[in-house]
Design a binder for this molecule. Structure first.
Ligand SMILES: [Zn+2]
Ligand SMILES: [Zn+2]
Length: 286
């Protein structure tokens, strides 16, 4: 793509169907400098390590590409905070396998939905999530960092406040392997406002105060179909939802975020949808 306004790290969540290396090819086609993938089917439990025949072509293709950072998104089934022992144990096993696959592919970040408390208390759930993450990091030594993603606060999910994310992070001893992924749609649906220059400034000051800006390692750029504080997670095209273009203009021109991978997870029917949304973001850069 010949757009000179491309930021260093902007990309999309892309499919790895038919081979992980194919995600790199799609990313290249879209002009991405970063991509996000699932390393396995995100709606099935998977405890597999990857075969060498999957690993080598992926690493080779990435080396030849413009994609400097690949992010993995963990399976949606994982709930480390589940009060059901079987689910919690299975989730930890799946997380370890996710981490192992990231190590095999030299993926530096694994984005994780912290979990849901169901009938347990917030405090119990936060402790369970942190303990399980810590054990997984110890049992899979390496470089991959787990990024706790901010959530919209649907149902009993944990991680829809900066305080909850900070609480989990604080309980994890492996400090250099835990960070935060900020999703614009989730944060907005959770009740945070960053849609005007004033609220934007205030929000990031609050983030810095509660979590620390240096712990922000990735962003998901999605507009929101639902209103602020709706606690409903429905992504919309950039500028077509309740967040609006101004928030994205502020993010795309924020020097602090130039080297933070920014990934769109906007509604996708054909690849053209990603082309269009990335174009909207690139055009915001002044
Ligand atoms: Zn997510
Ligand atoms: Zn979402």
């Amino acid at each position: 793509m010949s757009d000179k306004k491309t930021t260093p790290l902007l990309g999309a969540h892309v499919s790895a169907a038919g081979g992980l290396y194919k995600a790199i090819d799609i990313g290249e086609e879209l002009g991405c400098t970063t991509i996000q993938i699932f390393t396995t089917n995100n709606r099935q439990w998977s405890f597999d390590e990857l075969a060498e025949s999957e690993i080598a072509p992926f690493i080779e293709r990435q080396k030849e590409s413009h994609i400097s950072i690949v992010i993995s998104h963990a399976s949606y089934l994982i709930n480390l905070g589940s009060p059901t022992k079987l689910v919690a144990a299975r989730s930890k096993k799946a997380l370890k396998a996710e981490l192992m696959r990231c190590e095999q592919l030299f993926i530096p970040y694994l984005v994780l939905h912290p979990g849901s408390r169901l009938e347990s208390s917030e405090e119990t759930c936060i402790k369970a999530i942190a303990a399980s993450i810590q054990e997984s990091l110890e049992e899979v030594p390496g470089k991959c960092m787990i990024l706790l993603e901010i959530m919209a606060g649907q149902g009993s999910s944990i991680g829809s406040t900066l305080e909850q994310l900070a609480a989990i992070k604080e309980l994890i001893a492996s400090k250099n392997r835990i960070g935060i992924c900020f999703d614009t749609c989730h944060a907005f649906a959770a009740g945070y406002d960053f849609t005007t220059p004033e609220t934007y400034k205030e929000f990031w000051n609050t983030f810095d105060h509660i979590i620390g800006l240096e712990h922000l390692k990735a962003m998901h750029l999605n507009d929101s179909q639902k209103a602020k504080d709706s606690h409903v997670d429905r992504h919309a095209d950039i500028g077509k939802g309740a967040i609006g273009l101004e928030a994205f203009r502020l993010i795309m021109n924020d020097k602090r975020f130039i080297n933070i991978p920014k990934i769109i997870e906007t509604p996708l029917t054909t690849l053209n949808d990603h082309v269009r949304n990335l174009q909207v973001l690139r055009k915001l850069i002044v």
